[in-house]
Design a protein around this ligand. Structure first.
Ligand SMILES: Nc1nc2c(ncn2[C@@H]2O[C@H](COP(=O)(O)OP(=O)(O)OP(=O)(O)O)[C@@H](O)[C@H]2O)c(=O)[nH]1
Ligand SMILES: [Mg+2]
Length: 373
């Protein structure tokens, strides 16, 4: 697998604010992403623009600033908090003489470091290759245009063509392997459906606390960390709702603003697991000032996946950080649980979550179960 960001690389981050807020990214999140990739942040260069510069993304003044920082510090990697066009990335590397990666590549790199399952590793490699392929295709057509047609192909071009062929071949191999894994997954899903055990999937923005809640509910020890994309592979466990019945809980990869489309596509198979769930629990970091934006981002990704009409319970997590709030179920006009406040860390409010799950999954009441024994 490709790895752009080797551990402890000294990185220079470039963050551009745009007038149009929809185009803007979050600087704090960018820093956390770089740290989650194991990088140490050496410098941050900020700029604000109306629109990206076509050639270098940033303006020539900023480019000079970056150049002088490179001359004075040991920086081995430059990262943009935006996606660069293939031409911009090439121009920047040529003029700065330093490795330049963009937001998509940074996220892909974190995924590459985290992937543990066979399927996860294949999916990340597929996304990386597809990202690489777009760059090569652009480079190739660009060269082709310059050279002007048949009989004039130079050695560089031939190299690009054979690289493209190799990438295509590898993509086809991975596709085939993933297909097999997917068949296995469907088989497992069918047998679960036959047993009629309800499935509940935890979804939400990265770092919201999904795995912490998962561990509490299933008494397991899935990796939890104050890092973005701590979880990559979906994890399934059985879990008992006290006094009621058994369910299957699924912990999933976190979502992020402007998730690279190549990644969404690559993880579609995994996320389809989520689409088969009987209920989604959207975990929201109730303490995060950006929680509303994050919630909207999650909803828009769900919509893209065709999962926005699944029944959903919103769980506002990290209640322990909000001393004025108490665990509470918020219901809709029909009395159906809609939102819930709790703390996965301390466990306060978990009893309310069990209650809400029992109601939403239409489990018979606790007492009728007990009476049978
Ligand atoms: N104070 C507090 N911290 C919490 C709570 N739940 C989770 N955390 C912390 O939030 C951070 C992220 O938790 P995770 O459970 O890894 O979050 P996640 O949603 O699974 O994150 P990804 O797998 O990266 O998408 C960790 O440092 C947790 O200890 C909570 O209820 N209260
Ligand atoms: Mg997690």
């Amino acid at each position: 697998m490709l790895n752009a960001t080797t551990s402890f690389s000294q990185a220079l981050l470039i963050h551009v604010d745009f007038k149009d807020l929809r185009q803007s990214e979050d600087l704090e999140e960018f820093k956390l992403l770089a740290e989650s990739a194991g990088l140490s942040i050496c410098e941050i260069v900020r700029s604000s623009r109306k629109a990206p510069n076509a050639k270098y993304f940033i303006g020539t003044g900023k480019l000079e600033e970056v150049k002088s920082l490179l001359a004075n510090e040991t920086i081995s990697l430059i990262i943009f908090n935006h996606n660069l066009s293939p031409a911009q990335a090439r121009n920047l590397e040529a003029v700065l003489d330093c490795r330049v990666i963009d937001r998509t590549e940074l996220i892909l790199d974190i995924f590459a470091q985290r992937a543990k399952s066979f399927e996860g590793m294949l999916q990340v490699e597929l996304a990386q290759l597809k990202h690489l392929a777009t760059r090569l295709v652009h480079g190739w057509t660009h060269l082709e245009r310059q050279k002007g047609g048949i009989g004039l192909r130079g050695p560089g071009e031939t190299q690009l063509e054979s690289d493209r062929r190799l990438i295509k071949k590898r993509i086809a191999t991975i596709d085939k392997r993933l297909e097999k894994v997917e068949q296995q997954r469907q088989q497992n899903r069918r047998s679960r459906k036959n047993k009629a055990i309800p499935c509940v999937a935890l979804i939400g923005y990265t770092n919201a606390g999904k795995s912490t809640l998962f561990n509490r509910l299933t008494r397991s020890e899935t990796y939890v960390a104050d890092q973005l994309f701590a979880t990559l592979d979906p994890t399934l466990r059985r879990c008992y709702i006290p006094g009621k019945s058994e369910i299957i809980m699924i912990d999933t990869v976190g979502f992020i603003r402007h998730l690279p489309p190549t990644l969404i596509k690559a993880f579609k198979a995994t996320l389809e697991e989520t689409l088969q769930a009987d209920l989604l629990i959207q975990v929201i970091d109730g303490h995060d000032p950006k929680r509303h934006e994050h919630k909207e981002e999650v909803m828009s990704i769900l919509k893209d996946l065709g999962a926005d009409d699944l029944p959903m319970l919103q769980v506002y997590n990290k209640l322990d950080l909000m001393p004025d709030e108490i665990p509470h179920i918020h219901r809709d006009e029909n009395g159906k649980p809609l939102k819930l406040r709790l703390s996965s860390k301390t466990g306060s409010g978990i009893d309310l979550l069990y209650q809400a799950l029992g109601e939403l999954l239409n489990f018979p009441d606790h007492h009728s179960d007990v009476a049978e024994y």
